[in-house]
Design a protein around this ligand. Sequence first.
Ligand code: PEP
Ligand code: MG
Length: 327
Amino acid sequence: YIKELEALKNLEAITLDGRKIELVGNIGEPNDVGGVLKNGGVGVGLYRTEFLYMNSDKMPSEEKQFAAYRSVLEAFPEGPVIIRTLDIGGDKKLPYLPMADELNPFLGLRAIRLCFKEVDLFKTQLRAILRASVYGHAHIMFPMISSITEVRQAKVILSECMKELDKEQLRYDKAIKVGVMIEIPAAAIAADIISKEVDFFSIGTNDLCQYTLAVDRMNQDVSYLYDPFNPAILRLIKQVTATSELKKEGFFTGMCGEMAGDPKAALLLLGLGLNEFSMSALAIPQVKKIIRSVHYKDAKAIAETALNMETGEEIMDFIQKSMEKLN
Ligand code: PEP
Ligand code: MG
């Protein structure tokens, strides 16, 4: 079985009827790229840059960040590397950045919201990403977006950074792709609006579940309610991919939450129309195997049926049975 997965490494993630899917890895630091390459990931769908900040006793300099981003980009000369800007706040704090205690930290000053408050910190990171972008296919992704206004605000700051670099005669990829995480229900519901300002979406099911179902993703006492197969979640995913399908060539929707690496979800997510799955490296071969063994048209019909079911359990059961039938 291990041998079989090993053999998959250099094969494409393509369905029997020819739909190509991009399988990429989630990483937290440059050292993680080895695992992604070893397991056949063609790029990085989520680079969680907060570890660069958390594993440091002071704000990481532009140079330090540039070196980290560059090394990841150089590991994937062909594939995309989606660098997510700082997602701190919520449960994550930085020792050198004083932050007020909040009653509801997950609804408070987190991720992009914090970056808008700490513009210098944000610009340092954006400059580092831009400068590294000439070494590969960098994509910038903003976390915790709830409206198009925030995307525009982030892009204004990004273009200020570009102008600075122009003045300093430093190079960057002028056509760098800009995308957002879809992890707040408002962003999923208004995906068609937000899509006007971006090149791609990546669905973050970890937070999307937490916020849609009003279930703290860390609280064991309510974890029985935390269900990515809940029909409400599937309908939000569908709404996002439906928007994506109407966009021009090149627009894509990925998923980088835990659900993307769950082999039990692969058939369903394929059928819902995802273009890219980003997951921990070890999950890549199994998901690839599933994608290569089914027809997209069957997956689509299965997802369509699932969308009309009543509960997550029913849906999970149905997906499991459908997989057995197809094999
Ligand atoms: C998510 O919310 O699904 C996600 C991928 O981001 P994080 O787990 O880092 O919040
Ligand atoms: Mg998240």
